[in-house]
Design a protein around this ligand. Structure first.
Ligand code: UGA
Length: 437
């Protein structure tokens, strides 16, 4: 199929490459000239395992091109809208500027039979509104909403072999032309047994908001349990293993720690609350306010634990923060709890050095006042306290004996419960975890 992908950020760049991998002819379009130049040269503008290799592989086949010229969308039959919906400044709601602008810019290039497919995470009601615009421009074109569930760090696999596809079409009708078009786009994963559900626009939009809200709730639930475990002298990691064995609950996303961050969960639960308020259903989602509050409390709690670990004073303490990205295998520092904690410690007088395998450039642009050191050993040298805040594999596998020889004071705060406390204590460390004795 001939496919255009509008917006080549995290979602769009991965989607374009994966659609070409599935055998389609794809043009990726973005207004950002630098991003397009990078992608056209086979360079991923962000760190995502496997993406660069995939870009080079599919570009060699000639099936994937990139441009800043929207007219290149003409001739494609399916147009994926993959632009961002960040949080509005000073408000909880989603900023729809990019989705609206991208759709408007695409309209003149639509032909009869084309399908515009929204993938961005949007407030419920957006698809119905955009469908009107599409129909006004080209009465024989269609609009579908096909939310994306990819996780950063697993984006290629999640796009090529997702858990499920959700197609939102007018009135949720199976016979809709957009359903047939999307079935053709995804024929390979569908052939491998991936489930697909057809829904009306509102349901498809809500599936995404509900999924991210559930994940955020699961994380905040276990972090709330960590607070209780700390007060009671219990161990949240054992508690999570035990409740996780109940398959109605499940062990995934029950890792207590410094909380969730990134470009999705925090802003998505806030936008969901804002939209529910507009719809008069705000009471239904007041629990998400608590989910958000528990999550933000992890950050202040970690600062306090660090102060305790340093004998009650942060002023002048040399603190090494292992990990700046919001999660491992990503260079994304948007709303990263690790960086936010590092910045708060620095504000309170600590001398903070941050290290991370991939995200130091992004981190330094966000918080130029922090010290950054790419070499882990150098970052650890003479530290008064070490904070493991993003559980990259290299930090999980640090040797407590070798690490002890580098630091000034052998104190560690394991913000992700990623280390073996016994091993670290046996090597002479003062070890603190989250919600464990
Ligand atoms: C999330 C969802 O998992 C995806 O399904 C969704 O498509 C995506 O948002 C999106 O809306 O685009 P992502 O932001 O890449 O994906 O990251 P997650 O793997 O969900 O992790 C989010 C945060 O939760 C990270 O900061 C992570 O460290 C934290 N987390 C995760 C925990 O603190 N504990 C856990 O047990 C799991």
């Amino acid at each position: 199929m001939q496919i255009s992908v509008i917006g080549c950020g995290y979602l769009g760049a991965v989607h374009a490459a994966c659609m070409a991998k599935l055998g389609h002819d794809v043009v990726g379009i973005d207004v950002d000239e630098r991003k397009i130049a990078d992608l056209a040269a086979g360079k991923a503008p962000f760190f995502e395992p496997g993406l660069e290799e995939l870009l080079l592989e599919v570009q060699a086949t000639g099936r994937l091109t990139f441009t800043t010229d929207m007219s290149a969308a003409q001739g494609s039959t399916v147009h994926f809208v993959c632009v961002g919906t960040p949080q509005k400044k000073g408000e909880n709601a989603a900023d729809m500027t990019y989705v609206d602008a991208a759709t408007q810019a695409l309209l003149p290039y639509l032909s009869a039979g084309d399908v515009v497919v929204g993938k961005s995470t949007v407030p419920v009601g957006t698809a119905a509104r955009l469908a009107e615009l599409v129909l006004q421009q080209e009465p024989k074109a269609h609009l579908a909403w096909n939310p994306e569930f990819l996780r950063e760090g697993h984006a290629v696999k999640d796009t090529l072999t997702p858990d499920r596809f959700v197609y939102g079409v007018h009135e949720g009708s199976e016979d809709h032309a957009a359903v047939a078009a999307l079935d053709e786009v995804y024929s390979t994963p569908l052939g491998m047994g991936t489930r697909r559900l057809v829904a009306d626009y509102a349901t498809a939009e809500l599936v995404k908001a509900a999924a991210n809200s559930f994940l955020a709730t699961k994380i905040s639930f276990i972090n709330a349990m960590a607070e209780v475990c700390e007060a009671a002298g219990a161990d949240v990691t054992v508690l999570a293993d035990a409740i996780g064995l109940d398959d109605r609950i499940g062990r995934k996303f029950l890792n207590a720690g410094i909380g969730f961050g990134g470009g999705c969960l925090p802003k998505d639960i806030r936008a969901f609350m804002a939209r529910a308020g507009e719809l008069g259903a705000d009471q239904a989602l007041t629990f998400l306010r608590e989910v958000d509050a528990i999550n933000m409390r992890r950050r202040t709690r970690t600062v306090e634990l660090t102060r305790e670990l340093c004998g009650g004073v942060l002023m002048g303490q040399r603190i090494t923060v292992l990990g700046a990205a919001f999660k491992p295998d990503s260079d994304d520092v948007r709303d990263s709890p690790a960086l936010s904690i590092a910045a708060q410690l620095q504000l309170q007088g600590a001398v903070v050095t941050v290290t991370d395998p991939e995200s130091l450039g992004n981190a330094a642009r966000r918080f130029p006042e922090l010290n950054y050191e790419a070499n882990t050993e150098e970052a650890l040298r003479n530290a008064d306290a070490v904070l493991l805040l993003t559980e990259w594999k290299e930090y999980r596998h640090l040797d407590p004996h070798e690490t002890r020889d580098l630091v000034g004071n052998a104190r560690i705060l394991d913000g992700r419960n990623a280390l073996d406390p016994q091993k670290w204590r046996a090597a002479g460390w003062t070890y603190r975890g989250v919600g464990r004795p």
